[in-house]
Design a protein. Structure first.
Length: 365
């Protein structure tokens, strides 16, 4: 087996970055070495001491590139045995540069097309045929490709490799809620960890928590770890529903704080409108927390049999699922164990690193 020097190209990197998680895992668990080139900027992340992280500091313009940035990226990427592109903007340029310097490139597709802009779909779609392999993190991601994308990309070049979970980090983390959150006595705690975007449908979750509080004498409270443009609207919704004291917005927290929260709550909910994988769900399952998901194709593909499901944006359905977990402790415990077993079997970060290693070996030969 040949030891390869690999460069991951990303828009930016920091705490909780999936490309950083994969890069550190490949470096730790295989014979290959991964560095990271960020197009714009970088922040600290767990395991960064294992990698060489460089930033291009590309201009903040409509194109996000100038001749100097292109020349520097070309010089850096020509040093490597293989390149892996992760984000639409930087990835499109990386695939073009890889072809120019004759270095094989992998394009990793981390979300369904629902969340892409038209420009992003076009830039990604027209450059994917330049890649030696295109990695989709779920079959649902590939199925979301438009007809023209699939027409110009041979199916034989497409592979499926999911995201991975750090079981060791989760296991060594004690249950705890984020700072300054003190739940009511005997509260049934529901957790959610995601950026506050329309995609994540936290509005549906807040409405369900309000409805469940009207149905039961036991207080039901929600802890949301994450931030984003939807936060003011979500806070206003909680106020309008009269449950401001039942919803805790923790803001952005470190990944270990997400693990701790997932262990501390009674149930975890992710009512997303679309997803490519959603690592927070796999982490909650690894933490042995019973989980409720929206009935979207991705979640059915990845987690079927290990969670409860409700239809997208169906408040009554989500409320009913949470009520089952609140009232039936044995069901909650059974789902928690099933979820843990599923992640141990399919989604550990070591397993994912080994799948990438096998892919690289296949490409380079």
């Amino acid at each position: 087996m040949v030891s390869l020097d690999i460069c991951f190209v990303v828009n930016a990197v920091g705490e909780g970055s999936i490309p950083a998680e994969i890069a550190t895992a490949v470096t730790r668990h295989t014979d290959h070495t991964v560095d990271i080139l960020t197009w714009f900027d970088s922040g600290p992340f767990a395991g960064e001491e294992l990698l060489d992280v460089r930033s291009l500091d590309a201009p903040d313009s409509a194109l996000g590139i100038d001749p100097a940035t292109y020349r520097r990226a070309t010089d850096i990427l020509s040093e490597y045995d293989l390149i892996q592109a992760h984000h639409n903007h930087s990835g499109a340029f990386a695939k073009v540069i890889a072809r120019r310097v004759d270095v094989p490139v992998v394009s990793r597709e981390g979300n369904t097309r629902d969340g892409f802009t038209r420009k992003g779909r076009i830039a990604n779609g027209v450059t994917n045929p330049l890649a030696s392999r295109v990695v989709c993190i779920s079959d649902s991601v590939y199925q979301s490709f438009t007809l023209w994308e699939r027409a110009i990309l041979p199916k034989r070049r497409v592979r499926r490799i999911p995201n991975g979970v750090h079981m060791d980090r989760i296991d060594e983390t004690a249950p705890a809620l984020p700072d300054d959150i003190t739940p009511s006595d005997n509260a049934f705690l529901v957790g959610n960890a995601a950026m506050l975007y329309e995609q994540k449908a936290q509005d549906t979750l807040i409405r369900a928590v309000a409805q469940l509080n009207r149905r039961t004498d036991r207080p039901v409270e929600l802890v949301i770890c994450g931030d984003g443009p939807e936060r003011p609207r979500l806070e206003s919704l909680a106020e309008a529903l009269g449950i401001t004291s039942r919803v805790y917005f923790a803001g952005l927290v470190e990944r270990r704080a997400v693990y701790a929260m997932a262990k501390a709550v009674d149930a975890f909910a992710m009512p997303s409108r679309w997803e490519g994988f959603c690592s927070a769900v796999a982490e909650a399952l690894a933490a042995e927390t019973a989980t409720v998901l929206s009935n979207i194709e991705t979640f059915r593909e990845l987690y079927d049999g290990a969670t409860l499901y409700h239809e997208v944006d169906n408040v009554d359905g989500l409320t009913g699922c949470l009520e089952v977990l609140l009232s039936d402790e044995s069901r909650r415990e059974a789902l928690a164990q099933t979820g843990r077993n599923l992640v141990e079997k399919k989604y550990t970060i070591r397993t994912v690193a080994q799948q990438y290693s096998a892919l690289y070996d296949d490409i380079v030969g």
